[in-house]
Design a protein around this ligand. Structure first.
Ligand code: ZN
Ligand code: ZN
Length: 758
């Protein structure tokens, strides 16, 4: 007598080869029944003998497809229907598409084996993939996820691929981007007017070019990379010069995990991130003597951003003898977004790349590499893009769809549909026209994919009246718009990850810039409250001036004028002379403050750190965001343990004046720069913790939430961890602590602002 059961599997189980996996598992255990993609996940009906059913459930739990992530398995006994085979059923069409778009996946081991097997049909075929691996988000044009709606549309399957595509027992069953050299796209190499055709020949030739120190533009999953030998100093220098990228660290792709281990110190957590299916760039401490990577790759930085190959093409380049460690940086000039269209890439990268390795498969949307770190408080995502986007990061209760448009810097957007919060890939700085275009396309893209009409949307946007994200959102013709204050959104982003709407917490939000309730520029705020009841600002950094607005973020010396002016001129040495040598931007800053022209009040911790960096010698213009603070952290990192400078809290304000006075005093008496940097950072951490411990005690709270770009500073986090032992600390893990996480917090706050109005 046969038994039967129904199984519901929730989590990331759609678009990751789950149904063919279930099919093969059922056949292996001689079970009959069916599987389909249902409203809330995968639904399975099984019948057969008891041991077979048990083995099935066991294997389901222990050997799911590599890209799947099972949140819950629910097994219920059912009445046998007398079925005699197992089938994959078509999903019923519900009101919204239920097949979520999975993030892009790295090539799987089974495909890699075929790639390097001379007897295999796809030997050396750079677009090999199967249901367990390959592109998703970067090839999807619209939903439902079918080949005709991907960028593979121009390449009809030949009989061989078609047979695999239709065979439920095959690893390529319904693998939408499946192809082979006979029917699919290929790669070619273009150098000037010369074109070398043929995937294998062009890849081998490209590897040679890299070996000889050339700079190669390579088309990848979500855009073009610029690659060169990371161990070749002249190549790295040439890349910097041609790309107008003076100092910002380049990411490096290591041939394999052994090479990676030789380059950086990898903790088990960091190694887990490096080899995870997201295949992000992992920031890890560089080893002291590494031959394959020259210093110019990441100047003034103890960390190196490292990733492993994730496309078949990248594996082939290494196989063809490319250097073991390659610089792999987004192919763009300075702050522009990653190039992704062939003509655009050829045009924009003219004069940068010596040759272009061009794949014929179009890219549906530009998606950068993600950047992560195995942080002090657990994994931290600093840039969330390929491999993570557009996955749902959490659930947010809401009646209707919510679109949160994020901030103007490090923009990413969030769409909440049926309670699922989908966070887009990193889009970038909307002040750049290309990024703004990508922002508009992403908004269109997501609402079209999930079939949301703008009219039904609740929109959440930053309270900054001049943000273009806000203006664009309001122009969509939405039903309701909720402004959300920047720093509250940071705190809410952490609570949204925890799915916690009611717990009262102490939230610390420290960053460079955000529009405050009073119209001034905030960035050092302490709140008390919950997502549901709102956050009351209970303390903040003492206010300083910000002369010249945004320009002050570009010049630490200009930011310094706004903070040092608070010390009183009589307390101030002549900082234009030794040992400070501030440029005349300092004097011009003071002049703006004196005349009250283009001067704003600010509580920005980012600018306070810039001020300290300026006092310690970082007096030039920054060439990438956060550079001065990173420089300061690097100085402090190598210092011996030292006494903290005073940073007193009076119950409302944290006073930076004693902190900066101590820096100036020690600088004047010639104390070691590294010790001063360390005492400053330690003082900041100690003062902040004193404030937090006091607030927690007075208000009987035990959870501290940290968010905002300043908390990308690992040394600061280490110090805070040491000083905050009686409280629990919550930080971001699924979205960045910087402005890339803002949209998630906006969506959470808007969800509750909305319900309280009804
Ligand atoms: Zn595969
Ligand atoms: Zn084929």
């Amino acid at each position: 007598m046969a038994s039967a059961c129904t199984i519901r599997v929730r989590g990331v189980v759609q678009g990751v080869g789950f149904r063919p996996f279930v099919y093969r598992l059922a056949r292996a255990n001689t079970l009959a029944g069916w599987v389909l993609n249902g409203e809330e996940g995968v639904e399975i009906h099984l019948e057969g003998d008891e041991p077979g059913l048990r083995t099935f459930v066991e294997d389901l739990k222990t050997q799911p497809p590599p890209a799947a992530s099972i949140a819950e398995i629910e097994v219920q006994s059912a009445a046998p229907l007398g079925l005699n085979d197992f089938t994959i059923r078509e999903s019923g069409r519900s009101k919204r598409p239920t097949v979520r778009i999975s993030p892009d996946l790295p090539v799987c081991n089974a495909c890699l084996k075929e790639l390097f097997d001379p007897a295999d049909r796809r030997h050396w075929y750079p677009y090999i993939n199967c249901t367990d691996c390959g592109p998703r988000y970067t090839v999807v044009v619209s939903l439902p996820y079918d080949r005709a709606k991907t960028t593979m549309r121009p390449w009809p399957l030949d009989d061989y691929c078609d047979a695999e595509y239709r065979d439920p027992g095959n690893r390529r069953f319904h693998a939408q981007p499946v192809a082979c050299a006979a029917c699919g796209p290929g790669y070619f190499l273009r150098s000037g007017d010369a074109v070398l055709a043929g995937s294998e020949a062009s890849i081998r030739s490209a590897a040679q070019l890299l070996n000889h120190g050339g700079i190669l533009a390579v088309k990848g999953l979500g855009g073009y990379h610029l690659a060169c030998d990371a161990g070749n100093a002249p190549s790295v220098a040439a890349l910097r010069e041609r790309k107008f990228r003076k100092e910002k660290p380049f990411a490096v792709m290591a041939r394999d995990i052994e090479v990676a281990r030789g380059l950086v110190e990898l903790t088990p957590d960091a190694e887990g991130l490096l080899t995870s299916v997201a295949r992000p760039i992992v920031l890890a401490p560089a080893k002291a003597n590494f031959a394959q990577v020259v210093r110019g790759v990441a100047p003034d930085n103890h960390e190196l951003g490292l990733m492993l190959p994730y496309t078949p093409l990248q594996h082939l380049l290494f196989e063809a003898g490319a250097p073991k460690a390659l610089v792999m940086t987004s192919a763009n000039r300075s702050s522009e977004p990653i190039a992704y269209e062939d003509d655009e890439a050829l045009e924009r990268l003219f004069g940068i790349a010596d040759a272009f390795l061009i794949g014929e498969r179009p890219i549906a949307r530009r998606v950068d590499d993600s950047v992560v770190r195995a942080g002090v408080f657990g994994p931290a995502i600093l840039r969330r893009a390929r491999g993570y986007a557009p996955g749902a990061v959490t659930t947010i209760p809401s009646d209707g769809p919510i679109l949160a448009v994020g901030a103007d810097l490090k923009n990413a957007i969030t769409l909440v549909v049926d309670g699922q919060a989908f966070v887009s890939h990193h889009i970038g700085d909307l002040g750049d026209y290309q990024s703004f275009r990508a922002f508009r396309e992403t908004v269109q893209d997501l609402i079209a994919m999930y079939e949301v009409r703008p009219r039904e949307l609740l929109v959440a946007h930053d309270a900054h009246p001049e943000y273009v994200s806000r203006a664009h959102a309001l122009a969509l013709g939405v039903s309701q718009a909720v402004p959300v204050q920047h720093h509250r959104a940071h705190i809410a982003s952490v609570l949204a990850e925890h799915g916690d709407w009611e717990t009262h917490v102490v939230g610390v939000s420290c960053d460079g810039t955000g529009y405050g309730d009073d119209g001034s520029i905030w960035g050092g705020e302490i709140f008390v409250g919950s997502v549901k009841e709102g956050f009351e600002r209970v303390a903040h950094l003492r206010s300083a001036s910000l002369p010249g607005g945004d320009a002050a973020a570009q010049y630490p010396v200009q930011a310094a004028s706004g903070f040092l002016a608070q010390l009183g001129m009589s307390d101030l040495p002549d900082v234009t002379r030794a040992p400070f040598y501030f440029s005349d931007r300092f004097g011009r800053g003071l002049e703006l403050i004196r005349k009250d022209v283009r001067t704003f009040a600010t509580t920005s911790v980012g600018r306070l750190f810039d001020t300290a960096a300026a006092l310690l010698g970082f007096t030039r213009e920054i060439t990438f965001e956060g550079q001065a603070a990173i420089w300061l952290e690097e100085l402090a990192r190598t210092a011996p343990l030292t006494e903290a400078y005073p940073f007193p809290y009076d119950g409302e304000e944290l006073d930076f004046r004693p902190l900066l006075q101590a820096v100036i005093r020690d600088r004047l008496c010639g104390r070691n720069l590294r010790e001063i940097a360390r005492a400053f950072q330690l003082g900041f951490a100690r003062g902040l913790c004193d404030a937090l411990n006091t607030i927690c005690r007075v208000r009987s709270l035990s959870i501290v939430v940290l968010s905002g770009g300043v908390f990308q500073n690992e040394l600061l986090l280490e110090d805070l961890k040491g000083f905050l032992d009686d409280v629990r600390v919550w930080t971001n893990h699924a979205v960045p602590p910087n402005d890339g996480g803002i949209s998630l917090g906006q969506a959470a706050i808007a969800a509750f602002a909305d319900s309280s109005q009804h």
